[in-house]
Design a protein around this ligand. Structure first.
Ligand code: UDP
Ligand code: MG
Length: 342
């Protein structure tokens, strides 16, 4: 299934810079406790800034009232749409769906739980007007996360940047503004493994960091657990680095050299001093060591094979159950322009 073509029509540059249409891409999964507050806070900021905008909500298989609340708001004047996915596909797939359906000159990706402070939207737009294609939020303070989460996150970023060719800024999340060009670039990436942070970094373009303090969730609970995070990290590493596959070549070469030297020693010793039988401990150690190494390396190869398997199936990244459209953002913008003229 080719990705849906968005309705975006390129406008003149000056017009875009002056009065951009901003698409707010918001994945939601069981966010009934916080979504109203989110709409109020973000709505106020956008109104204050006078930004033409549309919301692109992606309902990632919520089983609570999130979709009902949003479609109610869309039917009473909220600009944008709600893309209902057929089940829970995960945040990465939801973001992909959002990018596919955004019509704006710029898009801002933000979580529904107000952990990505919407107060930064004006600064992001400013950065974009100054010429940056990407303005990403950089968490300077992660005290709202547990020590374990912080520690594992920093280890992950270090490892990722060591192993891959792209530069993943540590402590940058998905919260960012991206220009239309970046949206199109991301839509061109066909892979099924959507490690969005990595894809954002991979496409490049000029980027500016915007430091911020990450608050705790406004309401509701996180949708992540450590097992999910571990798999997410594996997806990221295997999606952007082949070092884990190649490292076995060097391991193998090192071990083979040692084995050769040891064999030589054994032969010489046998020639000089005759054969001796004892050697149970060293034989067992060698067997266990090498079977361990082999299983480990096969396991890593397996990780990549599994990912190849998923990619070759070519299944769509997400399936849309329904799309609920709200007010048109352009019409709203035109109306407010008209009001200003009147
Ligand atoms: N989310 C989603 N699908 C999922 C999990 C999360 O769309 O399977 C959304 C969620 O509704 C929220 C955002 O992704 O808007 C971030 O989720 P969460 O706050 O649970 O993650 P955390 O901030 O704890 O990393
Ligand atoms: Mg959150």
């Amino acid at each position: 299934m080719p990705p849906p073509t968005s309705l975006y029509v390129a406008r003149r540059k000056a017009e875009r810079i002056d009065a951009p249409l901003v698409s707010l891409i918001v994945p939601v999964f069981n966010e009934e406790e916080v979504i109203e507050q989110f709409l109020d806070v973000v709505g106020n900021i956008l109104a204050r800034e006078g930004l033409a905008h549309e919301f692109v909500f992606i309902d990632d298989g919520s089983r609570d009232r999130t979709a009902a609340i949003l479609s109610e708001r869309l039917s009473t004047g909220l600009p944008g749409c709600l893309i209902g996915l057929s089940r829970n596909f995960g945040k990465e797939a939801a973001l992909t769906a959002g990018l596919d359906h955004a019509n704006g000159d710029v898009a801002i990706v933000l979580d529904a739980d107000l952990q990505d402070p919407p107060e930064l939207i004006p600064q992001m737009i400013e950065g974009w007007r100054a010429g940056y294609d990407v303005v990403y939020g950089l968490r300077v303070d992660r005290t709202s996360d547990s020590a374990v989460k912080r520690g594992s996150a920093s280890a992950f970023y270090r490892l990722f940047n060591r192993l891959s060719n792209i530069d993943l800024p540590a402590n940058a999340g998905d919260f960012r503004l991206i220009d239309r060009r970046v949206i199109e670039a991301l839509r061109d990436l066909p892979e099924r493994n959507r490690f969005m942070k990595g894809l954002f970094a991979w496409v490049g373009f000029s980027a500016m960091a915007l430091p911020y303090e990450r608050p705790a969730r406004a309401a509701g609970t996180t949708k992540w657990n450590y097992w999910k995070l571990w798999n997410f990290a594996l997806d990221g590493l295997t999606g952007f680095s082949t070092v884990p596959l190649r490292v076995w070549f060097y391991c193998g070469a090192g071990i083979a050299t040692l084995a050769f030297a040891y064999a030589l020693y054994l032969v010489l010793r046998t020639l000089l001093f005759g054969a001796d039988m004892p050697g149970y401990a060293s034989t067992m150690t060698a067997i266990l060591f090498f079977s361990g190494i082999q299983l480990l390396s096969i396991g890593i190869v397996g990780e990549y094979v599994a990912r190849l398997f998923n990619e070759t199936k070519q299944r769509p990244i997400y399936l849309v159950r329904d799309v609920i459209a709200g007010a048109s953002a352009r019409k709203q913008a035109d109306k407010s322009d008209g009001d200003a003229d009147a």
